[in-house]
Design a protein around this ligand. Structure first.
Ligand SMILES: [Zn+2]
Length: 372
C-alpha cells in the first residue's frame, strides 16, 4: 500500500508520456542553442534545430545543461530517445546555418534514424553567396548521408502527419531566404531585393534568411521562426525587417517562440500586435537573451491587450540584473518548456521540466489555456 502511494507520488512528479491525439512541443534546454521536438497528434516526430554553440573565448557563457559531461547534441539525442516511442525522427528542420541551431546535428544523426532533413540551402548552398564556411561544410558532410529537401515557403503539405490524418492539423511554411507566404493559398512574395542591386554590407544575413512556420491544430496556433529579425540595425534598409513582412499573413497565435532568442532586434511592436500571443517562449542561452527592451514589449499591454505568460529556457542572473524587477514577471527562467495541446487542439498546458538532470521532473504546470 505504501509502495503504491510512493509510486503515485513519483508519477505525479514526472511528465506523463504523450498519448494519441495530443500534440507535444518540447523546447529543450541545453544552454547551447535551440532544439525543439514536436510529437504530432498521430505520433509523427519533427525536430526543429539541434544547436550546439561552442563557448566564445573571453565571453561568459551559460552553463551547459544538464552538464558538460556530454556534448549538447548528445543531450538532445538522449532527450529525444527517451521521449519518442522509437528512436526515429520523421523530420528534422534546420532553420539556418549557425552553430546554435545546427552544431549538434551530427550527434543527433549518429544516435537516431532520420527520414528527412529540411533546410534553406539544399542542393547548392549558395544563397545569398556561396556558404563556403567550415561550419556549413561540416553540416553538409552530415546532411549528405540523409534524404534532404529544400524547405518551400508557402507550402502547407511539406511537413505532414505520416501515420494517419487528423482533422484541422496543418504546418504552414512561412519563410525561407526572404521568400515569404502572402497568406493566400500557396502564394509567396520576395522580401529581399535582387542581390546585384545591393552593397556588400547590406546583403541578407543568415538570421534573416531563417525558415519559419505556423503550426495549427484545431483552434491552436503556434509560431516559430529561428533567428528572423524585426528591427533592422541602425542605418540598415527596412526590407531587412522580416517580422513586418510576415506579420499580416498569419496570426494571431496562442504560442509564440520569440525570434532570435529575444535579442534586441526581435519581437517588434508590429509583430506582437499582429500575433497577440497568450504564451511567449524564449529559447535563451546567452546573457543578451532576452534584451531588456524585448521583455518590456512582451509584457506590455500597450503592445496588445490581455494576459500573457513568458517562459525562458535559461534566464541568466546577469540578464535579470540588467532588466531589474520586471524580470520577476516571467513564469519560468530555467528548464525545458513543454507545450502539451489536448486532442483536437481546444486547450493546452505548459510544463516546466528540470534541465538539471534527465529525470523529467516537473517543476511547474501552467494552464490549461483555452486556444483562441
Ligand atoms: Zn540563434
Amino acid at each position: 500500500m505504501i509502495a503504491t502511494a510512493a509510486l503515485a507520488l513519483l508519477l505525479l512528479q514526472v511528465l506523463v508520456p504523450w498519448s494519441d491525439g495530443e500534440l507535444d512541443i518540447h523546447h529543450i534546454s541545453t544552454g547551447r542553442g535551440n532544439a525543439t521536438l514536436f510529437v504530432l497528434p498521430d505520433g509523427t516526430s519533427l525536430l526543429v534545430d539541434a544547436g550546439a554553440r561552442p563557448a566564445s573565448p573571453g565571453f561568459p557563457e551559460a552553463p551547459s545543461r544538464p552538464s558538460d559531461a556530454r556534448r549538447p547534441g548528445e543531450w538532445i539525442a538522449r532527450y529525444i530517445a527517451r521521449t519518442l516511442p522509437e528512436p526515429k525522427l520523421d523530420y528534422v528542420l534546420v532553420t539556418h546555418f549557425h552553430d546554435d541551431h545546427m552544431g549538434g546535428l551530427a550527434d543527433v544523426v549518429s544516435a537516431l534514424e532520420i527520414d528527412k532533413l529540411l533546410d534553406r540551402g539544399w542542393p547548392d548552398y549558395d544563397y545569398p553567396r556561396p556558404l563556403d564556411f567550415e561550419r556549413v561544410r561540416a553540416y553538409r558532410r552530415v546532411a549528405e548521408k540523409l534524404d534532404v529537401e529544400a524547405f518551400e515557403p508557402g507550402s502547407n503539405d511539406q511537413i505532414v502527419l505520416k501515420r494517419r490524418p487528423y482533422p484541422k492539423f496543418e504546418i504552414q511554411n512561412l519563410t525561407a531566404n526572404g521568400v515569404y507566404w502572402s497568406g493566400q493559398g500557396d502564394e509567396t512574395r520576395e522580401q529581399f531585393p535582387a542581390l546585384d542591386t545591393l552593397a556588400d554590407e547590406d546583403y541578407p544575413s543568415e538570421n534573416m534568411s531563417s525558415l519559419s512556420f505556423r503550426l495549427r491544430y484545431g483552434a491552436f496556433d503556434y509560431y516559430t521562426g529561428g533567428d528572423l529579425t524585426g528591427i533592422p540595425n541602425v542605418g540598415h534598409p527596412d526590407w531587412q525587417n522580416m517580422e513586418k513582412a510576415i506579420a499580416d499573413a498569419f496570426g494571431p497565435v496562442d504560442v509564440h517562440v520569440v525570434n532570435h532568442h529575444g535579442s534586441i532586434d526581435s519581437a517588434s511592436p508590429e509583430f506582437l500586435a499582429a500575433l497577440k500571443p497568450r504564451v511567449h517562449i524564449i529559447p535563451a542561452h546567452s546573457a543578451t537573451h532576452p534584451a531588456p527592451s524585448v521583455l518590456k514589449r512582451l509584457l506590455s499591454e500597450r503592445a496588445y491587450e490581455g494576459p500573457r505568460d513568458v517562459f525562458i529556457l535559461q534566464f541568466r542572473e546577469p540578464t535579470k540584473a540588467a532588466i531589474g524587477p520586471r524580470a520577476n514577471q516571467v513564469k519560468s527562467g530555467a528548464g525545458h518548456v513543454i507545450v502539451r495541446v489536448a486532442p483536437g487542439g481546444g486547450s493546452y498546458r505548459v510544463f516546466v521540466v528540470s534541465d538539471a538532470d534527465e529525470s523529467g521532473t516537473v517543476l511547474a504546470e501552467h494552464g490549461p489555456y483555452r486556444s483562441q
